[in-house]
Ligand binder design. Structure first.
Ligand code: FES
Ligand code: FES
Length: 132
């Protein structure tokens, strides 16, 4: 299948049941996107498809026809957003952070991304300072 990711076209071998998350982390080697719950509840695996936040653990790769943006693409397009998470203490273990950063970049509601560590204050400050 063909997949446009972070502005680059890719040809990847994907089975009908492969999740977008598997293709991103596997053949494409973009391991910034994380899997936590694997059932669409936590937002750790969030990527953008045509600018809209989606959970890649519940998205079949073969169904994706739009442009995918991962945290690597966001880091390149909006380095200030990633810096804001660091400066505002918007992470601790960091496992949820790629999804938080992508969701913030896409303007998604922060309540879609669960964090076990931070208490959310730093995350919300980072979003506020970088996205407003
Ligand atoms: S890993 Fe996809 S929503 Fe939690
Ligand atoms: S920083 Fe650890 S889960 Fe969010």
């Amino acid at each position: 299948m063909r997949l446009m990711v972070n502005g680059t076209p890719h040809e990847v071998d994907a089975s009908p049941g492969d999740r977008l998350l598997d293709v991103i982390r596997g053949p494409l080697g973009l391991t910034g996107t994380k899997e936590a719950c694997g059932v669409g509840e936590c937002g750790a695996c969030t990527v953008l498809v045509d600018g809209r936040a989606v959970v890649s653990c519940l998205t079949l790769a073969v169904r994706v026809s739009g442009e995918v943006t991962t945290v690597e693409g966001v880091a390149e397009a909006a380095p200030g957003l990633c810096r804001a998470f660091a400066e505002e203490g918007g992470f601790q273990c960091g496992f949820c952070t790629p999804g938080q950063v992508v969701a913030a970049y896409g303007g998604a509601d922060p309540s879609g991304n669960i964090c076990r560590c931070t208490g959310y204050a730093g995350i919300l400050r980072a979003r506020e300072s970088a996205c407003s």
